[in-house]
Design a protein around this ligand. Sequence first.
Ligand code: NAP
Length: 288
Amino acid sequence: MTRYGFLGLGIMGKAMAANLLAGGLEVTVWNRTTEKCAPLAALGARIGNSPAEVVADCDITFAMVSDPAAAAALFFGEGGVLEGIVPGKAYVDISTVDPTTSLEIARAVNAEGGRFLEAPVSGSKKPAEDGTLVFLCSGDESLFHEAKPALDLMGKKSFYFDKPGQGAEMKLVINMIMGTMMTAFAEGLTLGDKAGLGMADILDVLTQGAIDNPMFRLKGPQMASGNFTPAFPLKHMQKDMRLALELGDKFGQPLFTAAAANNLYLKSRQAGNGDEDFSTVFQAIAGN
Ligand code: NAP
């Protein structure tokens, strides 16, 4: 039976690892802050002592950590993933990172005879809990097919893109669109509110037109009631905007609205709201 590892049990990783366990898979988990392993152990997971040990004990190891610096530290650091990679080992990084970080990790895995797949996800806390994420993969195609039964327990659809780095690029494009949609939405709600239009009426009218979408439907009522409990922490949204802008730079593509949105997320981070949901950018816009 294939043995799976899961590194990084934050908002997303916790729910995803739980779905692997619910699907009857054998899973060993590790998290930098050890206490976060306990709820998974209660569901039947083994707990590893280090990323290297998890990789050494498992056939396919998934990782879901914050950002490029975390992904690199997890992989290259002391007791990190690289120390556990030998021929036959497979490593799947689900974290949202830039293509350069992903390619560096891929090269290091391949140099040790292992296989690597980048597999960032579209979808947030609820889809992670429901097993309805969308995987955006590139890298080793044989590993994509081998990991597919596990991906299917965590997601509803998995895309494979031929060129290494394209999974990361697709994820950044998608989140850049989402990030700018959120700031436009928050500006509209703020303007409408200042004009004396009821928030509930604005949200109701929006549902009837061409710009109706699941994000406005989910986040609108929460924003109107001042509920910014994190599903997607704002610090990660700002990281994704920054990485998308870097990608724009690389291709010489101006990204005017994304740059403006990034500044709003930065302002919100500066105000100390990085750990709140990314919709809290509404407060930065409204001046609250
Ligand atoms: P989160 O709740 O903040 O969890 C971050 C995880 O990364 C934690 O397990 C944390 O460990 C770990 N970590 C951070 N720095 C580390 C380091 N240097 N070494 C080892 N582990 C480290 O974040 P999340 O919402 O689950 O997001 C995880 C990734 O998925 C991010 O790349 C994010 O952009 C992406 N993503 C998130 C969503 C969403 O809606 N939340 C959706 C799609 C993609 P500790 O517990 O020790 O801090």
